[in-house]
Design a protein around this ligand. Structure first.
Ligand code: ADP
Ligand code: MG
Length: 724
């Protein structure tokens, strides 16, 4: 309706609209029913596919392209191997078998050979596969009575389309739409765009520099390529647009934060941080020095820091976090460290306290020149008078460093002057939660450092954390011994694992046993841990000193168990994943992960990081049920101890959808682009976004740019991009 009004109301813009290249916005206003051959029934079928307008249609991309001149030929089939062939149906027959089962047999062929295709219990195939029809078949060819045969292959209908490259569209048996119908309508729609051409919102300079083809050409070539190279160029262009949209959003947000928010300018060359560094029992690593310098530069600047710190397990992030918070403290502000769980918050509190033990704050108002540093823990477990006291200290500024969970950002918590916030995103806080913490202070927006011990590939980081600057701790402190990782494939091997544990304990070392992960319920997980503990104590590890640690123990009990283990009074700690992060006992050299198949790569890597922290050789056993082959995850962990390498494998195995949302369950909103395959393109899109936004922060000169990129998406999962 809106478009019609524009046309009749304004003659001058009417003329412009007819001659100017057509925009995606305009295509979105044209109903698919206006295309030749789309009647009411087809319109409904298309609607079931979420295709309502011409834009939806032309952005329904093929899911596969087959080059019929040198691919997918019968002559190239290898028996026993899955492959795709493009063939013509020659004849079809249906037979009734015993037990009222049906068998449809089709004879198919191409220029290079013939083959028989058999379908069991798919009687409708007889009607579907008419003589002369072109189909793509995907399946395993077998030798049968001297000829080739495929049984129950996946069938894609191609129709009678010609051309060297055949595009195959997503289709479903339920909705009566064939790939050739879709292809036909798309071709028709693109032909109608031809006279005006398709508008290209990406600035010429960017396009030329990156060698991207025009948008109209790209839309045509993705659907109707003459060659595979053409298809690739089209995909690259359209994928770039998707990535540019995401990056524009993130870069605009980043710049807005920098320009619009008033931060705290910290004193970076202060006495307190110097004291802390001098007090450490070891020199900082090169990577720690570099990262602390990067952070210091941000802290000194007037705008708020918004930085991600990536560092593998054991790379020494805690020291960096503490330096950051102390920088705030030495200027008279406060620091906060927020962890995703109570256990982690407690662990952080105890390790930060021990790092700061003996460090005092220079204080000109104090007769003795120094005052103690006050570090407090705030979680929901802390209540009553203790809680009131901590809250009062946060509000009047006598608490220097607050460590806690979400409790820190709850209603009723106020800081006197929060200067720096460190968020440990082990399990990823949402953008909103980070924002809430920033809002806790009455003064300037506090500086924010997000720490993650789950390395994510660089280009993925640019997307998931694209509104942040990134620092990487890429060097482990010296003196670590490499961890040997082995797969224990079921029963017999498990006996070897326990023998190894006993041997290590006899040599004076200690061990962790990690119990099966039970996602659905902490209660079940705890009872499985208790069971494992009892079983081992009475059986395989009888005679050793065993301890049990899980999330349902009281903080005091947990503390006691950890103290005993640290002191070497326990030989083996049977635990749930509560030990994933923060536990640091150099004498523990062996870890056994039970039911290792249930854990993700990142989690296994984190767990394994609990050993290999001292001078002795460490080993990690991954125990699984007996299977023929290890799962790809177990295989990856056995093969590598490099967190970044594992992150790449993880991305490969899980797909990017899992990366994009805070719930880790969301789907990706990228249709063509892939954070895995298009790494180079992600960086290029990010650079281009900076180039555009830094000249024109609100896109005033290209008001349509964002909209025209945004329209490429039909499904949205913006949970990772929610407003902050
Ligand atoms: P992360 O949190 O990154 O996994 P931590 O901060 O827990 O790592 O540090 C891991 C271990 O390395 C701790 O035992 C810590 O004392 C030690 N460590 C940290 N920095 C250094 C350093 N520069 N030299 C030697 N040991 C270090
Ligand atoms: Mg740590």
């Amino acid at each position: 309706m809106a478009s019609r009004c524009t046309r009749t109301c304004s003659a001058s813009s009417d003329a412009a609209r007819v001659t100017a290249p057509i925009t995606l916005r305009e295509l979105a206003e044209i109903d698919v029913g206006r295309l030749r051959g789309v009647g009411e029934r087809k319109r409904e079928a298309l609607a079931a596919f979420d295709i309502d307008n011409v834009l939806d249609l032309v952005t329904t991309y093929p899911r596969r392209w087959v080059d019929r001149t040198n691919e997918a030929r019968i002559e190239d089939l290898v028996t026993g191997t899955e492959a795709l062939v493009l063939v013509t149906v020659r004849s079809v027959a249906k037979r009734l078998l015993r037990n009222r089962r049906t068998m449809v047999t089709a004879n198919v062929g191409d220029g290079t050979g013939r083959m028989q295709v058999v379908f069991f219990n798919q009687p409708w195939r007889e009607r579907q596969l008419t003589e002369g029809l072109q189909v793509a078949l995907f399946g395993k060819a077998e030798e049968y009575r001297g000829g080739l045969q495929m049984t129950n292959p996946i069938v894609d209908l191609i129709g009678d389309r010609t051309g060297r490259i055949v595009a195959i569209y997503p289709q479903s048996e339920k909705v009566q739409l064939t790939t050739w119908e879709l292809a036909g309508w798309i071709e028709n729609a693109l032909e109608r765009c031809q006279p005006r051409g398709v508008a290209d919102p990406v600035p010429d300079a960017v396009r030329r520099r990156l060698g991207l083809i025009g948008r109209g050409d790209a839309l045509r070539s993705i659907h109707l390529p003459e060659t595979m190279r053409e298809k690739e160029a089209a995909r690259r262009r359209l994928a770039f647009d998707e990535l540019l949209r995401v990056q524009l959003l993130l870069v605009m947000r980043k710049r807005a934060l920098e320009h619009e928010a008033r931060g705290v300018s910290h004193t970076i060359d202060g006495e307190l941080v110097r004291r802390f560094h001098d007090h450490l029992p070891y020199p900082l690593t090169g990577a720690q020095l570099r990262v602390i310098a990067e952070i210091s530069a941000d802290l000194a600047a007037p705008h708020p820091m918004h930085r991600l710190l990536q560092g593998d397990v054991g790379s020494g992030k805690t020291v960096v976090a503490v330096s950051t918070m102390l920088t705030a403290v030495q200027g008279g502000h406060q620091g906060a460290l927020m962890a995703p769980t109570e256990v982690l918050a407690e662990q952080h509190a105890s390790s930060v306290r021990s790092l700061l033990d003996g460090v005092t704050v220079p204080d000109p108002n104090n007769l003795f020149g120094d005052r103690p540093l006050r570090v407090e823990l705030l979680t929901n477990r802390i209540g009553g008078a203790d809680r009131r006291e901590v809250l009062a200290g946060l509000a009047d500024g006598t608490v220097d460093i607050a460590i806690g969970t979400h409790a820190l950002i709850q209603e009723g918590v106020a800081f006197h002057s929060l200067g720096a916030v460190v968020v440990d995103e082990q399990h990823r806080f949402g953008v909103e939660q980070r924002a809430a913490l920033r809002d806790k202070s009455s003064g300037g927006v506090p500086d924010l450092l997000v720490m993650t011990a789950t390395p994510i590939p660089r280009t993925a980081a640019m997307t998931v954390y694209g509104d942040l600057d990134v620092s990487v701790l890429d060097e482990l402190p010296p003196g670590r011994t490499p961890i040997e990782t082995r797969w224990a494939n079921g029963g017999l091997l498990e006996a070897e694992v326990w023998a190894d544990v006993r041997e290590q304990v006899a040599a004076g070392r200690q061990a962790y046993v990690v119990c099966p992960l039970i996602d659905e319920s902490e209660k079940l997980e705890v009872s499985s841990a208790e069971e494992t503990y009892l079983r081992l104590a009475a059986g395989e590890l009888a005679g050793l000193q065993l301890g049990l640690l899980h999330g349902r123990l009281t903080p005091a009990d947990k503390e006691m168990t950890m103290d005993l283990f640290r002191a070497g009074r326990l030989d083996v700690l049977v635990a749930t994943t509560v030990i994933e992060v923060g536990v640091d006992v150099p004498n523990a050299t062996i870890m056994v992960v039970l039911d290792a198949d249930r854990f993700g790569i990142a989690q296994l890597h984190q767990l394994r990081g609990r050993v290999g922290r001292g001078e002795h050789v460490s080993r990690c056993w991954l125990v699984t049920q007996h299977t023929d082959e290890p799962s790809p995850r177990v295989e990856a962990i056995v093969a590598s101890t490099d967190g970044f390498e594992l992150a790449e494998v993880d991305l490969e195995l899980r797909g990017e959808g899992t990366l994009m949302s805070t719930s880790q369950k969301g789907r990706s909103d990228l249709k063509l682009a892939s954070l895995r395959r298009d790494r180079e393109l992600v960086s290029l899109a990010r650079d281009a976004a900076f180039e555009i936004v830094d000249v024109d922060p609100k896109l005033a000169a290209h008001p349509e740019l964002f909209d025209e990129l945004d329209l490429l998406f039909t499904e949205r999962d913006e949970s990772f991009l929610t407003k902050s």
